[in-house]
Design a binder for this molecule. Structure first.
Ligand code: 5GP
Ligand code: ZN
Length: 138
């Protein structure tokens, strides 16, 4: 299924042409228009899924394989020292385009640390509450 008003559906399916690093029956990998680092890429499924919770299981199983392939090629071709995989789900998590995508962000020696958060604290009671809230739903 593609969504008529979805920019990533159009990019993934070549309706809007864009530089692609990789394409197969399931995905197109494009370069991010606002890169966090040189080579920042986006893995886009060709079908429309809003986020990870909607993603078809078979597509989900393939996405990490594609990410590994892209990351390895970036290390060899761009000389990055590593790469981050980032995948935002929901506005609160920073998702701005509501079509599932995985960021592959090359990291270079001496580059800034981009994927960071402030470490917090959690009590034993809160830990227990979290486990009780989540595990029955799995
Ligand atoms: P999100 O914040 O949803 O995880 O990431 C969306 C990403 O898509 C952003 O990094 C943004 O720069 C990128 N992006 C948004 N619109 C376009 C576009 O039209 N073309 C390309 N190549 N990237 C886009
Ligand atoms: Zn879409």
């Amino acid at each position: 299924m593609v969504k008529d008003d979805c920019i990533f559906c159009k990019l993934a399916n070549g309706v809007i042409p864009t530089a692609s690093l990789y394409e197969d029956d399931t995905f197109r990998v494009i370069l991010d228009a606002n890169p966090a680092s040189k080579g920042h890429a986006l893995i886009l499924p060709k079908h429309h899924y809003q986020d990870l919770c909607e993603l078809d299981e078979a597509v989900g199983e393939k996405v990490l394989k594609v990410a590994a392939k892209i990351g390895k090629a970036m290390k060899e071709g761009l000389g990055c020292a590593g790469f981050n995989l980032v995948q935002n789900n929901g506005e609160a998590a920073g998702q701005t385009v509501m079509h599932f995508h995985m960021h592959v962000i090359p990291r270079y020696e001496g580059g800034s640390k981009m994927v960071t958060w402030e470490s917090g604290k959690v009590s034993a009671e809160e830990t227990e509450r979290i486990v009780e809230a989540v595990t029955p739903r799995l």
